[in-house]
Ligand binder design. Structure first.
Ligand code: FES
Length: 105
């Protein structure tokens, strides 16, 4: 089991355990465990409601490209570690990461 530290959209802190590829992507894990109101476009990278920030001291995450980059640039807030949770695979690189759910505009 791997561990994520998550701050949800109302500021509550959670510790989530997960198995590699237990869900199709990080967004599905967050929805299934936290019932947060994200994922309006069902993971197509278009709505931005699954906007998160990832803080990991272990592995540098890849920068968003293509449609993910375009969607993130259209958000009111955009950070150097912004990602769309629907575009992040649930792999072991996420272990011990700190995720903050920003949500969409
Ligand atoms: S679910 Fe819409 S951008 Fe991720």
């Amino acid at each position: 089991m791997y561990t994520l530290y998550v701050i949800d959209t109302i500021g509550d802190h959670h510790i989530l355990k997960f198995k590699i590829f237990e869900y199709k992507n990080l967004m599905e894990l967050l929805i299934n465990r936290l019932y947060d109101d994200i994922g309006a476009c069902k993971g197509r990278g278009l709505c931005g409601t699954c906007h998160i920030r990832i803080n990991s001291s272990i592995v540098p995450f890849k920068f968003p490209e293509g449609i993910e980059k375009r969607t993130l640039f259209n958000q009111l807030e955009y950070y150097s570690n912004s990602r769309l949770a629907c575009q992040v695979l649930l792999d072991k690189q996420l272990d011990n990461s700190r995720i903050e759910i920003i949500g969409g505009d």
